[in-house]
Design a protein around this ligand. Structure first.
Ligand code: SF4
Ligand code: SF4
Length: 113
């Protein structure tokens, strides 16, 4: 049976250490077009970074270590386009993969439970 227990996100920003440009899908693009988010679309079409299969590459040679829309302050991170963030971001479940520090905590609680 699928485990439905979830752990509250701690807003560390680790899951945003990628660029959403690499993951936005057709549905996201259509929503942004409908919402008139030309700022996001311009960023997508500008294609200043791209996903090279296992890492993000910047065409300008700059190191890309987190999403352009990630904002962190005092150890708490947030998404600047939270209300219309890409589907892949909305569907990400805290603790569901090793990139989230809650992964091992969740794995431990399932074993104990
Ligand atoms: S769009 Fe928002 S939620 Fe998605 S990776 Fe960027 S900062 Fe994180
Ligand atoms: S890596 Fe996990 S705890 Fe950190 S912001 Fe993402 S979901 Fe939340």
């Amino acid at each position: 049976m699928e485990d439905t227990r979830t752990i509250a996100c701690r807003r560390c920003g680790a899951c945003c250490s990628v660029d959403m440009i690499a993951y936005a899908d057709t549905g996201d693009r259509e929503r942004w077009e409908k919402e008139g988010r030309t700022d996001i679309l311009a960023r997508l079409d500008g294609n200043s970074v791209f996903w090279a299969g296992d890492r993000i590459i910047s065409r300008s040679g700059t190191k890309v270590d987190h999403c352009f829309y990630l904002r962190c302050d005092g150890g708490l991170c947030s998404c600047e386009i939270y209300e219309t963030r890409p589907r892949v971001c909305r569907e990400y479940v805290p603790g569901s993969s090793e990139l989230c520090p809650l992964y091992f905590e969740k794995a431990g609680s399932i074993k104990e439970g």
